[in-house]
Structures are given as C-alpha cells and as structure tokens.
Design a protein around this ligand. Structure first.
Ligand code: SAM
Length: 533
C-alpha cells in the first residue's frame, strides 16, 4: 500500500500523547455502532456522517474512539448504551453518588467533506491520516485477516498497514459484537453523568439522583427557562399586553397589591365571585351568564366582582396558595402583567415569579423512566413550576409524533384551554399550539402520570388577548410530604368512583383497540391501566 502524504490543509499526525486533545464534532458523527475494551480503555465505533444523506454505504467511514475524544457527542454514546441488552455482565448497578446539591398529548455518501479544524475537532479525513492505533479500526491486534472496517479514504490513503478496506454496510461484524458483549461501558456512563450534572448547574434549585442504575437523563435535552417558539408560532409582545388601568395603583389592597377589582381592563375574562354580587349587579350578571353560554371562558365579566386566585399570607412566609374555587373549577387565572399599574408586590403575581421549591429528578424503580419529587413539604394549592418547551404548530406536532412512533415517551402538552370559546376565532383542538418538552424544557417535563395524582395543571394568562399561548402551571392538589413523587393526570380526567374505573378496566382488557396502547404503571388503586385512551 503506497504511503499517502496528507494534503497541506490537514494537520500532521499528532505525536503520541497528543490524542486526548482531539474531539469529534457532533456534526460529523452519524451514530455509535459498537464498543470494545482496548488496552484497558473503552472505545466506541463511530460511523461518520455522509455528506448529503444518511444512507450507510459500502464505503462509509468508521473509526474507534475513546470517551475523551467523544466528549462533544456523548448523547450518541448514550443512545447506543440505552439499546444494549439490560442483562449485560457490567449492567449491574454500581452506586453512583447522588448528584450534588389525551392522545399522546397531555391535554389543556462516503465522500465526507471537511477539513481539519484548528479547535481540536477532528474530521474524518484527519482520522484517516492520523491513523493511530487503537483509534483507527484495526483487527491486526487479534491476528484476524481482512477485517479492518475503515473504508472510504482510509484503506488506500492510510499509511497504517493495519488499515484495510471492508464493506462498511456489514458493520458491526460478529467479532465486534462478541467483544462488545463483554466490554464495560462504565467510563462512558461516568462521562454522561458528569455531563448531565454540568447541564443541570444552570437550573436553579434542581438536583438529580439515581439509586436504580447507572444511567443519566438524556443529554439530547436542553434546559430552558421560557417557551421557545417553533416555526410558524407567534406570540404577542409583552409590551402589548393589556394592563390594569383605573383604579389600580401600587400597594393597594392592604399593601399587598391588586385585589382583582371589578373594572380592571386586564381582568375582562376573570371569574365572577357570585357571593359578592350586589342588588345592582343582577342585570349585568344575567347578561354575563347569557354570554357564558356562547363565549365560555371569554364571557365579559367587567363591572362584576371577581374571584381573587391566590391566598397570600401577610408576612409572605407561608407560600401563596390557589383558592379553592380555582383549584376545583380549573378556571383560567389572570395574573397582572408588565403594563399593570399595581406594582411588583401585587399579590396576583405568583406563577410569573417562577419556581421557588427545590425539585429532584430521580430514576423510578418500576420502569417509568425519570420522575420528579420535591425535597420540601408542599401544601395544598402551592405553585410548583410551569411546563415549558418548544411551542409547535399542530402540523409540526403531528410530524414529530409520526417520527417518534407509538412506543416512545410523549412530552407533548396541548394549549387547548380556550378552544371553541371565541366565536370570532377558529381556535380548535386541531389547530391549537402544542408544547413539546422532549428536546427542550424544564424539570417538570420529567413528571410522570398518575391516575390519582397529587398535582394538577392550571391555565395562567398574562394577556387576555392571547388565547394560544399561556402558562401551564402545576399546583399541588393535596398536602405533599417531602420526597414524594409528583404526578399529574395526563388525561386530565375528573376523579371517578372505584367501581366505575374497575368496570371500564374490564372492558378495555377485552377491547383489541387497547392492545397497542401504552400501559400505565402508576400503581394507584384507581389506575385506568392506560396512559392515553
Ligand atoms: C412526560 S414523560 C415523563 C418523564 C419520563 N418518565 C422520562 O423518563 O423522561 C412521559 C413518559 O413517561 C412515561 N410514564 C409516565 N408516567 C407513566 C406511568 N404512570 N406508567 C408508565 N409510564 C409512564 C411514559 O413513557 C410517558 O410517555
């Protein structure tokens, strides 16, 4: 094999000891297809991305890499490990220190271009020329002939005699799979855990722990602090929100701010407090009830007494809690906004101030993946956090759902609270926006379902004119002791009688339509057996 001199645009091969400075670029990696233990080092077989397509061809490039070289693409390693048989010899749990510190939606080719970079990133061509044992695929060490699966530029161009050409479509081969069955993945698991821990550092008041196995939550996930709007999704500017006008002023209502006055412009659709109606309100109230029949939550309640949403202690030592009416009726809550005159201390500003309670993302022990608990006691009606993620159009949501397949976990939450309420607006369950927390979100995207949940989601709006985007806020619906898993009902159903649930379960068991549906493992007495119906 004639030696090939690297083109001048490529860096010269590093001398020994320099390899850890090289890291593969995410954009160059297609997937990890195998792993092995080589000289006591875990190595992972990378399939390089093919320019212009993803089909694996005869001459796709592959190379072996140790974990430090893969530090930018650990999510590929994580995906690979997740698919390994759970009965592997090294799959036993080795205690990892706890980290410091309605459908499937919930309702409401071989020519790889690229040159060496100056940043320590390696391109496929670099690898072919660098051609160092053991990172370049080689079977020479095992004395097997013709099995070196580096292809494309490698076999002819590499000056490493260990490098030979094989048909890349047949990788990983049986020898590799045999080696992989025996090789540990612990170095990768440690690196994945450390990377997730580093990601979590940006999230206030949040930890994670795993006393079940050696996994970490997906690295293919970004923590965000507000909705990220997808293509075709629009939201009105905060500056344009209708604020309260007369008679609001800062520090009104016993120095606690807004009292949900009758005439406030921002409270046009707020819930009416029937108990406070006066004689002179009756004609107006009759009109409101008439409007309610057609407009639902968008019935105009201006001029009528309102139901204030939160109970706030004067000293604010006890947390604000949602009033019984809202807890039970699920009426939309209107919080004051940037343009309201009531000031920062207004007591109708709770959800907008964000989470205050400490959450822990933990691995469940009964196959429900990750869950969430709060380290502290939560009281009934206490705000926990909002559900955030990418806000998508229905078309994009459908596309993602089809791609995911029915067995995949769902992180979709429909913003459908106001569907059908506005006769001038054709907002329906088929065209409302959907929040997808799969790739971006906050800790609440790890909250699991229960048929007897201890939390519920409530609609919180700052802008009465925006029926499409509002906050999905979770509140405790009972007192929740510290370290108790937080759950909500993905189907958002009202509590049913046990006999009724049991009767329906029998019917579902006999119904072939339920055969493919995702089973619920919440363990509640009134479990409905399926996550989505
Ligand atoms: C929003 S995610 C919750 C977080 C998820 N456990 C994780 O590890 O990322 C929803 C997914 O969690 C799983 N899940 C949640 N609650 C469950 C339950 N009660 N029984 C079985 N699986 C559940 C299902 O895979 C579901 O699609």
């Amino acid at each position: 094999m004639p030696p090939v001199s690297p083109p001048s645009s490529l860096r010269s091969p590093p001398t020994s000891g320099a390899r850890t400075t090289y890291r593969l670029r995410v954009s160059d990696v297609s997937k990890i297809v195998c792993h092995r233990l080589q000289n006591s080092t875990e190595e992972y077989l990378v399939r390089w991305k093919i320019a212009g397509g993803s089909t694996n061809t005869k001459s796709t490039i592959y190379s072996w890499h140790c974990i430090s070289e893969l530090s930018k693409c650990l999510h590929y390693v994580q995906e690979y490990i997740e698919k390994l048989p759970k009965s592997r010899p090294d799959a036993a749990f080795v205690a990892i220190p706890a980290a410091a510190s309605r459908k499937r939606k919930f309702s409401s080719d071989s020519q790889i271009t690229g040159s060496s970079s100056s940043s320590g990133n390696l391109t496929p061509r670099d690898w072919a020329h660098v051609s160092r044992e053991p990172s370049v695929i080689s079977r020479k060490d095992r004395g097997e002939k013709g099995t070196c699966p580096v292809s494309g530029v490698t076999a002819e161009q590499s000056n490493d005699p260990a490098v030979q050409e094989v048909d890349a479509r047949k990788l990983p081969d049986q020898f590799m799979l045999k080696d992989a069955a025996q090789a540990p993945v612990s170095a990768a698991e440690r690196a994945i855990q450390a990377t997730f821990q580093a990601k979590l550092r940006s999230v206030k008041n949040t930890e994670w722990e795993n006393h079940v196995d050696n996994t970490a939550p997906s690295l293919n996930f970004t923590f965000i602090s507000d909705f990220v709007l997808g293509e075709g999704v629009y939201r009105s500017d905060a500056d344009a929100h209708v604020g309260c006008e007369n008679p609001c002023r800062p520090n009104m209502g016993q120095n606690l701010g807004c009292e949900y006055p009758r005439d406030c412009a921002c409270l046009e659709y707020a819930a009416v407090d029937k108990d406070l109606l006066k004689e002179g309100d009756m004609a107006r109230y009759a009109q409101y009830l008439e409007d309610w029949d057609t407009d639902g939550f968008l019935a105009d309640s201006r001029g009528l007494p309102k139901r204030f949403p939160y109970r706030v202690s004067k000293d604010r030592i006890v947390p604000s809690t949602l009033m019984k009416f809202y807890l039970e009726q699920r009426y939309p809550i209107y919080e004051c906004n940037l343009n309201c005159d009531c000031g920062k201390v207004c007591k109708s500003r709770v959800v907008q101030k964000g989470r205050e309670v400490p959450l822990v993302i933990f691995k469940t022990s009964n196959g429900r993946g990750w869950g969430v608990y709060c380290k502290e006691q939560l009281v009934k009606g206490e705000f926990i956090d909002t559900y955030i993620g990418e806000v998508l159009t229905n078309e994009e949501t459908n596309r993602r759902e089809e791609l995911a397949g029915k067995d995949k976990a769902s992180y979709l939450y429909s913003l459908d609270k106001f569907c059908g309420d506005d006769p001038n607006n054709d907002l329906t369950k088929d065209n409302c926006y959907v929040v997808d927390g799969q790739h971006m979100g906050g800790p609440t995207r790890f909250i699991n379902h229960s048929c007897e949940p201890n939390c519920q989601q409530y609609t919180v709006s700052y802008n009465k004119h925006d029926l499409r985007i509002y906050d999905l806020a979770f509140f405790a619906v009972e007192d929740i002791p510290p370290r108790t898993e937080l759950t909500f009902d993905y189907m958002d159903q009202d509590e049913a009688e046990l006999e009724d649930v049991m009767r329906k379960r029998e019917a579902k068991a006999a119904d072939p339509a339920y055969r493919d549906k995702q089973r619920c493992n919440c363990g509640a007495r009134k479990c409905r057996w399926y996550l989505w119906e």
